[in-house]
Write a protein that binds this ligand. Structure first.
Ligand SMILES: [Fe+2]
Ligand SMILES: [Fe+2]
Length: 474
Protein backbone atom coordinates (compact mmCIF):
# COMPACT_ATOMS: atom_id res chain seq x y z
CA UNK A 1 0.00 0.00 0.00
CA UNK A 2 1.26 3.44 -0.90
CA UNK A 3 2.33 5.62 2.01
CA UNK A 4 0.73 9.04 2.09
CA UNK A 5 3.93 11.07 2.20
CA UNK A 6 2.11 14.37 2.41
CA UNK A 7 0.86 13.12 5.81
CA UNK A 8 3.92 11.20 6.86
CA UNK A 9 6.36 14.01 6.13
CA UNK A 10 5.38 17.16 8.01
CA UNK A 11 5.86 20.03 5.61
CA UNK A 12 4.83 23.54 4.70
CA UNK A 13 5.65 23.21 1.00
CA UNK A 14 2.31 21.77 -0.18
CA UNK A 15 3.86 18.38 -0.71
CA UNK A 16 0.42 16.88 -1.34
CA UNK A 17 0.02 18.92 -4.55
CA UNK A 18 3.31 17.92 -6.16
CA UNK A 19 3.12 14.36 -7.53
CA UNK A 20 6.56 14.43 -9.14
CA UNK A 21 8.23 15.47 -5.92
CA UNK A 22 6.22 12.96 -3.90
CA UNK A 23 7.28 10.15 -6.21
CA UNK A 24 10.93 11.18 -5.93
CA UNK A 25 10.71 11.26 -2.14
CA UNK A 26 8.88 7.91 -2.07
CA UNK A 27 11.87 6.39 -3.80
CA UNK A 28 14.43 8.16 -1.66
CA UNK A 29 12.83 7.74 1.79
CA UNK A 30 13.38 3.94 2.19
CA UNK A 31 17.02 4.46 1.22
CA UNK A 32 17.30 7.15 3.87
CA UNK A 33 15.90 4.77 6.52
CA UNK A 34 18.29 2.07 5.31
CA UNK A 35 21.16 4.56 5.68
CA UNK A 36 19.96 5.46 9.21
CA UNK A 37 19.82 1.76 10.17
CA UNK A 38 23.26 1.09 8.67
CA UNK A 39 25.31 4.05 9.90
CA UNK A 40 23.02 6.07 12.20
CA UNK A 41 23.24 5.97 16.03
CA UNK A 42 24.57 2.59 17.07
CA UNK A 43 22.22 0.21 18.90
CA UNK A 44 19.47 2.78 19.51
CA UNK A 45 16.58 1.33 17.49
CA UNK A 46 14.28 0.56 20.44
CA UNK A 47 14.93 3.67 22.51
CA UNK A 48 12.14 6.14 23.12
CA UNK A 49 13.90 9.49 23.18
CA UNK A 50 12.51 12.78 24.49
CA UNK A 51 13.01 14.79 21.31
CA UNK A 52 12.09 18.08 19.81
CA UNK A 53 10.29 17.65 16.49
CA UNK A 54 9.48 20.54 14.19
CA UNK A 55 5.85 20.30 13.06
CA UNK A 56 5.71 23.83 11.64
CA UNK A 57 7.91 26.92 11.51
CA UNK A 58 5.93 29.10 13.91
CA UNK A 59 7.08 29.35 17.54
CA UNK A 60 4.47 26.87 18.85
CA UNK A 61 5.20 24.25 16.22
CA UNK A 62 8.91 24.16 15.82
CA UNK A 63 9.81 23.02 19.31
CA UNK A 64 7.32 20.26 20.05
CA UNK A 65 8.75 17.73 22.58
CA UNK A 66 7.71 14.10 22.97
CA UNK A 67 9.07 10.56 23.19
CA UNK A 68 9.85 9.09 19.78
CA UNK A 69 11.88 6.24 18.35
CA UNK A 70 14.53 7.85 16.20
CA UNK A 71 13.93 5.85 13.04
CA UNK A 72 10.25 6.93 13.27
CA UNK A 73 11.22 10.60 13.72
CA UNK A 74 9.04 12.77 11.47
CA UNK A 75 11.73 14.29 9.31
CA UNK A 76 9.93 17.24 7.82
CA UNK A 77 10.44 19.85 5.12
CA UNK A 78 10.13 23.43 6.31
CA UNK A 79 10.81 26.75 4.70
CA UNK A 80 10.59 30.01 6.58
CA UNK A 81 7.66 32.13 5.34
CA UNK A 82 8.39 33.82 2.04
CA UNK A 83 7.95 37.37 0.80
CA UNK A 84 6.94 37.40 -2.89
CA UNK A 85 8.38 40.90 -3.25
CA UNK A 86 11.77 40.00 -1.77
CA UNK A 87 14.66 41.61 -3.63
CA UNK A 88 18.17 40.36 -4.21
CA UNK A 89 20.30 42.58 -1.97
CA UNK A 90 23.87 41.97 -3.14
CA UNK A 91 25.95 41.17 -6.21
CA UNK A 92 25.34 41.92 -9.87
CA UNK A 93 21.58 41.22 -9.63
CA UNK A 94 21.09 43.58 -6.69
CA UNK A 95 17.61 45.16 -6.79
CA UNK A 96 16.05 42.43 -8.97
CA UNK A 97 13.30 40.17 -7.60
CA UNK A 98 14.56 37.05 -5.83
CA UNK A 99 14.34 33.81 -7.84
CA UNK A 100 11.65 31.22 -7.11
CA UNK A 101 13.30 28.83 -9.55
CA UNK A 102 16.88 28.10 -10.56
CA UNK A 103 18.18 30.25 -13.43
CA UNK A 104 19.80 28.01 -16.06
CA UNK A 105 23.16 29.78 -15.94
CA UNK A 106 23.51 29.25 -12.18
CA UNK A 107 22.23 25.70 -12.09
CA UNK A 108 25.59 23.92 -11.82
CA UNK A 109 26.95 26.24 -9.12
CA UNK A 110 23.77 26.13 -7.04
CA UNK A 111 23.65 22.37 -7.25
CA UNK A 112 27.25 22.21 -6.08
CA UNK A 113 26.56 24.54 -3.14
CA UNK A 114 23.49 22.53 -2.04
CA UNK A 115 25.24 19.18 -2.43
CA UNK A 116 28.28 20.37 -0.44
CA UNK A 117 26.07 21.63 2.40
CA UNK A 118 23.86 18.53 2.24
CA UNK A 119 26.86 16.22 2.42
CA UNK A 120 27.93 17.56 5.84
CA UNK A 121 24.59 16.65 7.46
CA UNK A 122 24.65 12.83 7.20
CA UNK A 123 28.45 12.95 7.62
CA UNK A 124 28.20 14.23 11.18
CA UNK A 125 25.63 11.53 12.07
CA UNK A 126 28.12 8.94 10.81
CA UNK A 127 30.98 10.55 12.73
CA UNK A 128 28.97 10.47 15.96
CA UNK A 129 27.37 7.07 15.60
CA UNK A 130 29.25 5.25 18.38
CA UNK A 131 29.10 8.02 20.99
CA UNK A 132 25.84 6.75 22.49
CA UNK A 133 27.73 3.74 23.81
CA UNK A 134 29.86 5.97 26.07
CA UNK A 135 27.42 8.75 27.01
CA UNK A 136 28.37 10.52 30.27
CA UNK A 137 24.68 10.84 31.21
CA UNK A 138 21.14 10.28 30.01
CA UNK A 139 20.82 14.05 29.51
CA UNK A 140 23.87 14.06 27.21
CA UNK A 141 22.66 10.96 25.39
CA UNK A 142 19.40 12.72 24.60
CA UNK A 143 21.24 15.80 23.33
CA UNK A 144 23.41 13.65 21.05
CA UNK A 145 20.30 12.01 19.60
CA UNK A 146 18.58 15.38 19.17
CA UNK A 147 21.52 16.59 17.11
CA UNK A 148 21.56 13.35 15.10
CA UNK A 149 17.89 13.53 14.10
CA UNK A 150 18.16 17.23 13.26
CA UNK A 151 21.19 16.64 11.04
CA UNK A 152 19.00 14.00 9.39
CA UNK A 153 16.33 16.66 8.91
CA UNK A 154 18.92 19.03 7.44
CA UNK A 155 19.72 16.34 4.90
CA UNK A 156 15.99 16.20 4.08
CA UNK A 157 16.00 19.96 3.64
CA UNK A 158 18.79 19.84 1.04
CA UNK A 159 17.33 16.75 -0.65
CA UNK A 160 14.02 18.57 -1.00
CA UNK A 161 15.78 21.37 -2.91
CA UNK A 162 17.66 18.90 -5.11
CA UNK A 163 14.56 16.87 -5.95
CA UNK A 164 12.24 19.80 -6.39
CA UNK A 165 14.45 22.04 -8.52
CA UNK A 166 17.17 19.96 -10.18
CA UNK A 167 15.29 17.15 -11.98
CA UNK A 168 17.15 13.97 -12.76
CA UNK A 169 20.52 15.44 -11.70
CA UNK A 170 19.00 16.33 -8.36
CA UNK A 171 17.65 12.81 -7.87
CA UNK A 172 21.08 11.37 -8.62
CA UNK A 173 22.75 13.76 -6.17
CA UNK A 174 20.15 12.88 -3.51
CA UNK A 175 21.07 9.23 -3.95
CA UNK A 176 24.80 9.94 -3.79
CA UNK A 177 24.35 11.78 -0.47
CA UNK A 178 23.40 8.41 1.05
CA UNK A 179 26.27 6.59 -0.65
CA UNK A 180 29.32 8.60 0.43
CA UNK A 181 30.44 7.72 3.97
CA UNK A 182 32.50 9.70 6.46
CA UNK A 183 36.10 8.48 6.46
CA UNK A 184 35.52 5.93 3.67
CA UNK A 185 38.68 5.43 1.62
CA UNK A 186 36.92 4.96 -1.69
CA UNK A 187 33.87 7.18 -1.31
CA UNK A 188 34.48 9.75 1.45
CA UNK A 189 32.41 12.78 2.38
CA UNK A 190 33.25 15.92 0.40
CA UNK A 191 34.94 18.07 3.08
CA UNK A 192 37.96 17.15 5.19
CA UNK A 193 36.62 17.87 8.70
CA UNK A 194 33.67 15.59 7.97
CA UNK A 195 35.96 12.65 7.38
CA UNK A 196 37.73 12.99 10.75
CA UNK A 197 36.71 10.75 13.62
CA UNK A 198 34.66 11.99 16.58
CA UNK A 199 35.88 9.24 18.90
CA UNK A 200 35.03 10.59 22.35
CA UNK A 201 32.77 13.11 24.07
CA UNK A 202 35.39 15.83 24.42
CA UNK A 203 35.82 15.62 20.63
CA UNK A 204 32.01 15.69 20.28
CA UNK A 205 31.67 18.86 22.36
CA UNK A 206 34.52 20.54 20.45
CA UNK A 207 32.94 19.43 17.16
CA UNK A 208 29.52 20.80 18.05
CA UNK A 209 31.06 24.03 19.32
CA UNK A 210 33.36 24.67 16.35
CA UNK A 211 32.14 22.59 13.41
CA UNK A 212 28.41 23.11 13.92
CA UNK A 213 29.33 26.79 14.13
CA UNK A 214 30.87 26.49 10.67
CA UNK A 215 27.40 25.22 9.76
CA UNK A 216 25.87 28.34 11.26
CA UNK A 217 28.06 30.64 9.15
CA UNK A 218 27.59 28.68 5.93
CA UNK A 219 23.82 28.55 6.47
CA UNK A 220 23.71 32.25 7.34
CA UNK A 221 25.55 33.08 4.09
CA UNK A 222 23.12 30.88 2.12
CA UNK A 223 20.15 32.46 3.93
CA UNK A 224 21.03 35.63 1.95
CA UNK A 225 20.81 33.79 -1.39
CA UNK A 226 18.95 35.17 -4.40
CA UNK A 227 17.51 31.64 -4.81
CA UNK A 228 14.62 32.16 -2.42
CA UNK A 229 13.81 28.51 -1.55
CA UNK A 230 17.44 28.03 -0.46
CA UNK A 231 17.34 31.22 1.62
CA UNK A 232 14.11 30.20 3.35
CA UNK A 233 15.24 26.60 3.97
CA UNK A 234 18.56 27.59 5.50
CA UNK A 235 16.92 30.24 7.69
CA UNK A 236 14.85 27.56 9.35
CA UNK A 237 17.85 25.23 9.70
CA UNK A 238 19.61 27.98 11.66
CA UNK A 239 16.98 27.80 14.41
CA UNK A 240 17.97 24.16 15.00
CA UNK A 241 21.70 24.80 14.73
CA UNK A 242 21.63 26.99 17.85
CA UNK A 243 20.95 23.94 20.05
CA UNK A 244 23.89 22.04 18.52
CA UNK A 245 26.29 24.85 19.41
CA UNK A 246 24.73 25.09 22.88
CA UNK A 247 25.53 21.40 23.43
CA UNK A 248 29.16 22.07 22.50
CA UNK A 249 29.58 25.24 24.50
CA UNK A 250 27.87 23.96 27.64
CA UNK A 251 29.56 20.56 27.27
CA UNK A 252 33.07 22.05 27.31
CA UNK A 253 32.02 24.41 30.14
CA UNK A 254 30.95 21.44 32.25
CA UNK A 255 34.21 19.59 31.52
CA UNK A 256 36.15 22.70 32.62
CA UNK A 257 34.01 23.04 35.72
CA UNK A 258 34.88 19.51 36.82
CA UNK A 259 38.57 19.91 35.91
CA UNK A 260 38.83 23.17 37.88
CA UNK A 261 37.11 21.54 40.86
CA UNK A 262 39.58 18.65 40.81
CA UNK A 263 42.54 21.05 40.46
CA UNK A 264 41.30 22.97 43.48
CA UNK A 265 40.84 19.83 45.53
CA UNK A 266 44.34 18.66 44.61
CA UNK A 267 45.78 22.18 44.96
CA UNK A 268 47.74 21.30 41.83
CA UNK A 269 47.73 21.94 38.10
CA UNK A 270 49.93 18.94 37.38
CA UNK A 271 48.25 17.23 34.39
CA UNK A 272 49.38 13.85 35.65
CA UNK A 273 47.67 14.33 39.02
CA UNK A 274 44.52 15.73 37.39
CA UNK A 275 44.36 12.66 35.16
CA UNK A 276 44.90 10.31 38.09
CA UNK A 277 41.97 12.01 39.79
CA UNK A 278 39.79 11.12 36.80
CA UNK A 279 39.42 14.56 35.20
CA UNK A 280 40.70 15.89 31.87
CA UNK A 281 43.74 18.14 32.35
CA UNK A 282 43.66 21.62 30.83
CA UNK A 283 46.59 21.08 28.39
CA UNK A 284 44.68 18.16 26.84
CA UNK A 285 41.54 20.29 26.52
CA UNK A 286 43.66 23.01 24.88
CA UNK A 287 45.10 20.50 22.39
CA UNK A 288 41.61 19.25 21.48
CA UNK A 289 40.58 22.88 20.99
CA UNK A 290 43.62 23.48 18.73
CA UNK A 291 42.73 20.48 16.61
CA UNK A 292 39.02 21.15 16.15
CA UNK A 293 39.51 24.86 15.59
CA UNK A 294 42.16 24.43 12.91
CA UNK A 295 40.36 21.63 11.10
CA UNK A 296 37.13 23.64 11.15
CA UNK A 297 38.53 26.90 9.80
CA UNK A 298 39.80 24.95 6.79
CA UNK A 299 36.13 24.33 5.92
CA UNK A 300 35.79 27.92 4.73
CA UNK A 301 38.04 27.08 1.79
CA UNK A 302 40.99 28.75 0.11
CA UNK A 303 41.74 32.33 1.22
CA UNK A 304 41.57 33.43 -2.40
CA UNK A 305 38.92 31.85 -4.56
CA UNK A 306 37.41 32.82 -7.87
CA UNK A 307 34.45 30.54 -7.05
CA UNK A 308 33.75 32.60 -3.93
CA UNK A 309 33.70 35.74 -6.11
CA UNK A 310 31.36 34.10 -8.63
CA UNK A 311 29.01 32.80 -5.93
CA UNK A 312 28.73 36.29 -4.45
CA UNK A 313 28.49 38.35 -7.64
CA UNK A 314 25.89 36.04 -9.12
CA UNK A 315 23.82 36.25 -5.90
CA UNK A 316 24.09 32.59 -4.87
CA UNK A 317 25.80 33.11 -1.51
CA UNK A 318 26.04 36.31 0.50
CA UNK A 319 28.17 37.33 3.45
CA UNK A 320 27.28 36.69 7.09
CA UNK A 321 24.62 39.28 8.00
CA UNK A 322 24.80 40.83 4.54
CA UNK A 323 21.76 42.98 5.25
CA UNK A 324 23.36 44.63 8.28
CA UNK A 325 26.48 45.76 6.40
CA UNK A 326 26.73 49.31 5.18
CA UNK A 327 28.94 48.99 2.07
CA UNK A 328 27.68 48.83 -1.53
CA UNK A 329 27.00 45.02 -1.45
CA UNK A 330 28.74 44.70 -4.81
CA UNK A 331 32.36 44.91 -3.53
CA UNK A 332 34.03 45.60 -6.89
CA UNK A 333 37.31 47.48 -6.42
CA UNK A 334 37.44 46.79 -2.69
CA UNK A 335 40.24 44.89 -1.01
CA UNK A 336 40.77 42.59 1.98
CA UNK A 337 43.84 41.36 3.85
CA UNK A 338 44.89 37.72 3.64
CA UNK A 339 48.00 36.03 5.06
CA UNK A 340 50.90 34.38 3.34
CA UNK A 341 54.42 33.34 4.25
CA UNK A 342 57.29 35.34 2.73
CA UNK A 343 60.91 34.73 3.68
CA UNK A 344 59.95 32.56 6.63
CA UNK A 345 57.49 35.09 8.10
CA UNK A 346 53.76 35.62 7.98
CA UNK A 347 52.83 38.77 6.08
CA UNK A 348 49.54 40.42 5.22
CA UNK A 349 48.63 40.96 1.61
CA UNK A 350 45.83 43.08 0.13
CA UNK A 351 43.75 41.23 -2.45
CA UNK A 352 40.45 41.96 -4.22
CA UNK A 353 37.70 41.47 -1.64
CA UNK A 354 35.48 39.48 -3.99
CA UNK A 355 38.19 36.84 -4.23
CA UNK A 356 38.71 36.86 -0.46
CA UNK A 357 35.12 36.18 0.61
CA UNK A 358 36.02 32.78 2.06
CA UNK A 359 38.49 34.61 4.29
CA UNK A 360 35.86 37.21 5.21
CA UNK A 361 33.49 34.44 6.36
CA UNK A 362 36.34 32.64 8.16
CA UNK A 363 37.19 35.85 10.05
CA UNK A 364 33.53 36.30 11.06
CA UNK A 365 33.53 32.72 12.32
CA UNK A 366 36.74 33.35 14.28
CA UNK A 367 35.23 36.37 16.06
CA UNK A 368 32.18 34.35 17.07
CA UNK A 369 34.32 31.38 18.22
CA UNK A 370 36.63 33.53 20.32
CA UNK A 371 33.67 35.00 22.20
CA UNK A 372 32.63 31.54 23.44
CA UNK A 373 36.18 30.64 24.42
CA UNK A 374 36.04 33.78 26.58
CA UNK A 375 32.94 32.35 28.27
CA UNK A 376 34.84 29.09 28.93
CA UNK A 377 37.60 31.12 30.54
CA UNK A 378 35.02 32.69 32.85
CA UNK A 379 34.37 29.20 34.22
CA UNK A 380 38.07 28.89 35.08
CA UNK A 381 38.18 32.42 36.46
CA UNK A 382 35.16 31.81 38.67
CA UNK A 383 36.80 28.67 40.05
CA UNK A 384 39.96 30.64 40.87
CA UNK A 385 42.08 28.74 38.36
CA UNK A 386 44.68 31.03 36.70
CA UNK A 387 45.11 29.10 33.40
CA UNK A 388 43.19 30.20 30.30
CA UNK A 389 42.25 28.60 26.98
CA UNK A 390 43.16 30.40 23.75
CA UNK A 391 42.34 29.81 20.12
CA UNK A 392 45.48 29.12 18.08
CA UNK A 393 46.63 31.47 15.34
CA UNK A 394 44.55 31.06 12.19
CA UNK A 395 47.62 29.91 10.27
CA UNK A 396 48.15 26.97 12.67
CA UNK A 397 47.78 23.43 11.30
CA UNK A 398 46.12 24.44 8.05
CA UNK A 399 45.59 22.11 5.10
CA UNK A 400 43.73 24.41 2.73
CA UNK A 401 44.71 27.68 1.06
CA UNK A 402 47.99 29.63 1.01
CA UNK A 403 48.89 28.51 4.54
CA UNK A 404 48.47 24.79 3.86
CA UNK A 405 51.34 22.65 5.02
CA UNK A 406 53.32 25.50 6.60
CA UNK A 407 54.71 24.49 9.98
CA UNK A 408 53.45 27.02 12.47
CA UNK A 409 53.31 27.24 16.26
CA UNK A 410 49.91 27.95 17.86
CA UNK A 411 51.10 31.55 18.43
CA UNK A 412 51.66 31.98 14.68
CA UNK A 413 55.43 31.66 14.43
CA UNK A 414 56.79 29.78 11.41
CA UNK A 415 58.80 26.84 12.74
CA UNK A 416 61.16 24.29 11.21
CA UNK A 417 60.14 20.70 10.63
CA UNK A 418 62.35 19.68 13.59
CA UNK A 419 60.72 22.16 15.93
CA UNK A 420 57.29 21.01 14.77
CA UNK A 421 58.17 17.38 15.41
CA UNK A 422 59.57 18.26 18.84
CA UNK A 423 56.41 20.12 19.90
CA UNK A 424 53.57 18.49 18.00
CA UNK A 425 52.51 16.49 21.07
CA UNK A 426 52.20 19.75 23.05
CA UNK A 427 50.14 21.43 20.35
CA UNK A 428 47.81 18.75 19.01
CA UNK A 429 46.19 15.74 20.72
CA UNK A 430 48.57 12.78 20.69
CA UNK A 431 47.56 9.13 20.56
CA UNK A 432 48.30 9.06 24.30
CA UNK A 433 45.91 11.98 24.93
CA UNK A 434 43.18 10.30 22.94
CA UNK A 435 43.78 7.00 24.72
CA UNK A 436 43.54 8.77 28.09
CA UNK A 437 40.29 10.54 27.18
CA UNK A 438 38.93 7.26 25.78
CA UNK A 439 39.79 5.56 29.09
CA UNK A 440 37.38 7.93 30.90
CA UNK A 441 34.51 7.20 28.55
CA UNK A 442 32.14 4.75 30.21
CA UNK A 443 28.41 4.63 29.80
CA UNK A 444 26.47 6.45 32.53
CA UNK A 445 22.76 6.46 31.77
CA UNK A 446 20.86 6.29 35.07
CA UNK A 447 18.66 9.39 35.28
CA UNK A 448 20.44 12.17 37.19
CA UNK A 449 23.84 10.39 37.27
CA UNK A 450 26.91 11.87 35.55
CA UNK A 451 30.34 10.55 34.64
CA UNK A 452 33.05 11.78 36.98
CA UNK A 453 34.91 13.86 34.36
CA UNK A 454 31.99 16.21 33.65
CA UNK A 455 29.78 18.41 35.86
CA UNK A 456 25.98 18.19 35.61
CA UNK A 457 24.24 20.95 33.61
CA UNK A 458 22.61 23.88 35.39
CA UNK A 459 19.19 22.88 34.06
CA UNK A 460 17.45 20.22 32.01
CA UNK A 461 15.92 20.25 28.53
CA UNK A 462 12.56 21.94 27.91
CA UNK A 463 12.32 22.95 31.59
CA UNK A 464 12.46 19.30 32.68
CA UNK A 465 14.58 18.43 35.71
CA UNK A 466 18.18 17.32 35.19
CA UNK A 467 17.28 13.81 36.43
CA UNK A 468 14.33 13.49 34.02
CA UNK A 469 14.05 10.21 32.10
CA UNK A 470 15.20 11.61 28.76
CA UNK A 471 15.65 8.18 27.17
CA UNK A 472 13.55 5.07 27.79
CA UNK A 473 15.51 2.00 26.78
CA UNK A 474 13.23 -0.52 25.07
FE1 LIG B 1 23.12 20.60 10.16
FE1 LIG C 1 24.33 21.00 13.37
Amino acid sequence: MAIDYSQKIPNNVNLGDDRTLQRALEQWQPNFIQWWDDVGPDGSTNYDVYLRTATSVDPQGWAHFDYVKMRDYRWGIFLNPGDPARQIHFGDHKGETAWQDVPGEHRANLRRIIVTQGDTEPASVEQQRHLGLTAPSMYDLRNLFQINVEEGRHLWAMVYLLQKFFGRDGREEAGALLERTSGDENNPRILGAFNEKTPDWLAFFMFTYFTDRDGKFQLAALAESAFDPLARTTKFMLTEEAHHMFVGESGVSRVLQRTAQVMNELKSDDPKKVREAGAIDLPTIQRYLNFHYSVTIDLFGADQSSNAATFYSSGLKGRYEEGKRTDDHVLKGQSYKVLEVQGGRLVEKEVPMLNALNEVLRDDFIKDSVAGVGRWNKVLEKAGVPQRLVVPHKAFNRRIGALAGIRMSPEGRVVSEEEWQAHEAEWLPSDADRAFVASLMGRVVEPGKFAHWIAPPAMGINRQPVDFEYVRFG
